[in-house]
Write a new protein. Structure first.
Length: 143
């Protein structure tokens, strides 16, 4: 299969203008691509599960880190953003359980794609809101 059909490439339009968040998002996208590669190449279930676990562990760490920064920046939607992270984490947990419960590789592909959509959707729809907030403030923020 042509890689470009499913691989996500990092590009500047994904940047939130905060280097350490961009680094984590970039890492994230690399994990999403690894998960997809494992699914597309129909790796065994343990390999797909490992890729999924790794991605979710990093997601959990990233969410916590991002929430700390949002609070430090006095981002007015910090609590709402943290609630979105909690919602995503609950959806991930559900998806991983559904994944574990099936041995049908077609279903794994759906579960993997679902996680990818949730993560990328959050980056594009929610994380971009704090980028816009920081831009409106006019000063570049570090940690
Ligand atoms: Fe976020
Ligand atoms: Fe994020």
């Amino acid at each position: 299969m042509d890689k470009s059909e499913w691989e996500i490439a990092w590009s500047n339009f994904l940047s939130v203008d905060v280097a350490e968040m961009d680094d984590e998002h970039r890492q994230f996208i690399a994990r999403v691509n690894e998960l997809n590669r494992a699914i597309v190449e129909i790796e065994d279930k343990a390999t797909v599960a490992r890729a999924m676990d790794l991605m979710l562990m990093e997601a959990a760490r990233h969410f916590k880190h991002e929430e700390q920064l949002l609070a430090r920046w006095n981002y007015p939607e910090t609590a709402a953003h943290a609630a979105k992270h909690a919602e995503l984490t609950a959806q991930f947990d559900r998806t991983v359980k559904e994944f574990a419960a099936t041995d049908i590789s077609f279903v794994w592909a759906l579960k993997g794609l679902h996680i990818k959509q949730l993560l990328v959707g959050h980056l594009l729809n929610e994380d971009m809101k704090y980028r816009d907030f920081l831009r409106a403030q006019g000063t570049p923020r570090g940690s």
